[in-house]
Design a protein around this ligand. Sequence first.
Ligand code: FAD
Ligand code: PYC
Length: 418
Amino acid sequence: MAKGAYSIFSLVRNALRYHEGWPRAWRSPEPQPAYDVIIVGGGGHGLATAYYLAKEHGVSNVAVLEKGWLGGGNTGRNTTIIRSNYLWDESAAIYDKSLRLYEGLSRELNFNLMVSQRGVINLAHNLHDMRELARRVAAIKLNGIDSEILAPADIKAMVPILNVSPEARYPVLGASLQRRGGTARHDAVAWGLARAADARGVDIIQNCEVTGISREGGKVTGVETTRGSIKAPKVGVVVAGHASVLAAMAGLRLPIDSYPLQALVSEPLKPVIDSVVMSGAVHVYVSQSDKGELVMGASIDNYNSYAQRGSPHVIENMLGATVELFPIFSRLSMMRQWGGIVDVCPDASPIVSKTPVDGLYFNCGWGTGGFKATPGSGFAFAHTIAEDRPHPLNAPFSLERFTTGALIDEHGAAAVGH
Ligand code: FAD
Ligand code: PYC
């Protein structure tokens, strides 16, 4: 029977059983005493790393240890925007690899990630923005990535509810557009990767917090957890906003600052916007989910914190700017607000790297923009761990760049205020 027909049959059968009896998408094993590789962090990047370790390198004696639930960190808290419109060649390579992987991932995982390439529009509000935008579009195109410049009339045609009047408080002078950019359903990404990694033999262990990183003679030997000691000659740490905490467990200090980043969703509306609109200058990004809710986010709160909340004044300012740009939102009610802790490097680029401890690898620093990088990051990090050397995609993102000075400044491409 064709797979599609089987899925429909299964859906109907389970609906008639009041949705009781669905098989689990992944096992819930007890931790084993030892593995070939331990991945700390069950977000999208950790799960993608485990999936590609098994798929690309035949390394499946792997445990993913997650202190809470899968995708409960930034993976399940982000605003789901995917794109690859980055300025520098190094970033373009890894983010576009990721976008290309996303384009085929629902089919590969046989799991609907709801990838929607509806176009990402980045607004320019002043002359400086326009000059910067022209430079970026040219650089992006030189890397073979789709990018174009829109005039206000083109933007209005794509987003009729946007106020492009020259009288507006934040006048829209133009925009860049990446048509291949869009959104993907964040928790589906975690679940699809988890199911596929589990099917290849990876143990996914939730409610298992890593409390220590064990070392002997400069080599990693395993981890201490709330469920006991687990040995492994290789440990990959992928814990986003908690990277510095885990690094300290191994006696390392990372050039990372952790900040809250907030997002919120509105009550559901009929379809009003069918692309993603971002404004780095006024700190607003908006898209509409399939349920009709507007999904919006702000810039980071500008103080360090591990509290997944954030300050009201940040979203108050962001909503003020949103209403200036989209006057029809003025009487809309917001339903939910939350925060995630993002890990920001001085150059707003990630760290995907070996460390001075043999067998210990870190993948972090994706800051406000790592959801789009999930498959690409996992692909490159799996190679780094399996081969004990970086993949060409992540070689520029090693820890050494902070001593050599070969920084990759992507503050502008982050498109979210830092
Ligand atoms: P996470 O999903 O945070 O996973 C790390 C996991 O590690 C967590 O589940 C955590 O519980 C676990 N962990 C931590 N400490 C331990 C420990 N000691 N032991 C075991 N487990 C531990 N990016 C985009 O590209 N597009 C967007 O639209 C976008 N919007 C965002 C909006 C918001 C509000 C936020 C907060 C972030 C946004 N991002 C966006 C950034 C993106 O969400 C992250 O860069 C990305 O999801 C990081 O994935 P991860 O797997 O590395 O981290
Ligand atoms: O990187 O596209 C992005 C993004 C959008 C919202 C937060 N980060």
